[in-house]
Structure formats: C-alpha cells, structure tokens
Design a protein around this ligand. Structure first.
Ligand code: ZN
Ligand code: FE
Length: 256
C-alpha cells in the first residue's frame, strides 16, 4: 500500500492543520493552513520544503495562512473550483471526478456541499486517508451554513464506499461535545457509550481524538446512522427517509 505520512498541528482554538508527506517522492503539503506562523515554524523545524497547500473550503479558519505560506515557500494552492472567487491566490481549481496528483498518489476529489457550497474532500485511496474538512467530524458533521440537510446527507453518502479502515482527518476537535450530543439520540448504542468514555479521558489529558476511522464513525456517529432502527425509534421516525432522519438529527444538534 502506498504510504502517506500525516501529522496534526493544533491551530487557533480547536482547528487541526495537517502536514502531509508522500515518503516515496518527498512531495510535501499542508491541509487547511489556519495560521501561517504555525505552519512555517513546523516546516522549518522539520527542515522541509512545501509543494502544496490544499484547501477543503473557503472559511478563514482553513485558509487564513494561504498567502503567507505560499509567499514563503512557493507552494501552489489547490482547492475547490467552485470557491475560486473567494479563495485568493488559488492556483489549481479542483472538481469532482478529476484526479489530483500528489507525488506518487492519485487523489480523488469529492464535492461535499453542505457546510459550504464549494466544500471538497481529498481521498488518498491508495493510502486510505481522507481529509474531509468540516463535512464529517468525529461523532459529528459540519453545520449547514450554505446547504440543505439533503445536500449534506448526499455528501456524507459519498464516503460510504470507502473502506472501514480509512483514516479520517477532519478540521476541528469537536469530539467531546459531539459525543455528549450523540448519546442523546443514540443512547442504547454500546459502542458509542464506550467511545464517549474514551473521549472524555483523551480530552481530559489533552490528547487529540483525530484521526478517527470511517468504520468507527459508521458504528457510532449518528450523522452516518440515520438508517439505524434504534435512532429511528428514539426519534419516532421509524418510517421516514434517511435524509429526513439526518435532517432531524442535524436540527437537534443545532439546538443542543
Ligand atoms: Zn468551515
Ligand atoms: Fe472550520
């Protein structure tokens, strides 16, 4: 299996910036550089060049470091074509279905509207690594700023064909509050109960809960489980469609 090295950097109050290296070619990238200083310092400490800045969406907490990092390193910025008008300095406009070449990896680009209309995810299929920005979170999903619940559900369904062991790197450490919410809609899920306890411990000792895996999310994240009989019973939505159950869970989270 082609390898990919990923390192998490904690940024702002709860953002994750990812440093990525393809060991086969030395190609180096950063996903969603929230802060330039943090990224430049990390590159210097590792004595590392930078080839790519990858953006999942236009929000400032994912792009604010773009221009300064680009200026300092000469890296190219690749991000959603749909957001070209609101990501300054975008060099490579990505759309779904086109392969993006990162060193020895062919990266699948998925359009995942919902949190923002132009949101994309990067799937390194050969390394089984997914960078999903603010679409899917550990035990949660992004708020719907520029999309409908049906759109977001459709976006999340695009991850359905990916293997359980896929490592998921999302944009924020929201897992603890997500876990507390998840228990309110899926209280009888034993795997969720056990995971919630682990998360409480991890966060109490300052450890990140990222990356997660798609398999773990499928077993415990209510936003990937609108078909689950227990959740449906709990919501009184036994006969509803998946998108409608998803919408109800999202609405409850907004009020949580
Ligand atoms: Zn965002
Ligand atoms: Fe964000």
């Amino acid at each position: 299996m082609a390898a990919l090295d990923v390192e998490l950097l904690e940024a702002l109050s709860d953002n994750y910036v990812c440093l990525v290296v393809d060991p086969a070619t030395g190609t180096s990238g950063v996903v969603d550089p929230a802060e330039a200083d943090l990224v430049l310092r990390a590159l210097e400490e590792r004595d590392r060049k930078l080839d790519w800045i990858l953006n999942t969406h236009h929000h400032a907490d994912h792009t604010a470091g773009n221009l300064e990092v680009k200026r300092a390193t000469g890296a190219k910025i690749a991000g959603p074509a749909a957001d070209a008008h609101r990501i300054e300095g975008l060099d490579v406009e990505l759309v779904e279905g086109e392969n993006f070449v990162f060193g020895s990896h062919d990266v699948r680009i998925l359009e995942t509207p919902g949190h923002t209309s132009g949101h994309i995810a990067f799937f390194f299929a050969d390394a089984k690594v997914l960078f999903c920005g603010d679409t899917l979170f550990a035990l949660g999903c992004g708020r719907l700023f520029e999309g409908t619940p049906a759109q977001m559900w459709h976006s999340l369904e695009k991850f359905a064909s990916m293997p359980d062991e896929t490592l998921v790197y999302c944009g924020h450490e929201y897992t603890l509050s997500n876990a507390r919410f998840a228990l309110t809609v899926d209280p009888d899920n034993k795997a969720l109960g056990a995971r919630a306890a682990e998360i409480e411990q991890a966060r109490a000792s300052g450890r990140p809960t990222i990356p997660t895996t798609l398999g773990l999310e499928r077993r415990t994240n209510p936003f990937l489980r609108p078909h689950d009989p227990g959740i449906r019973r709990h919501l009184g939505m036994e006969d509803a469609g998946d998108a409608d159950v998803f919408a109800e869970i999202r609405a409850r989270k907004d009020r949580f």
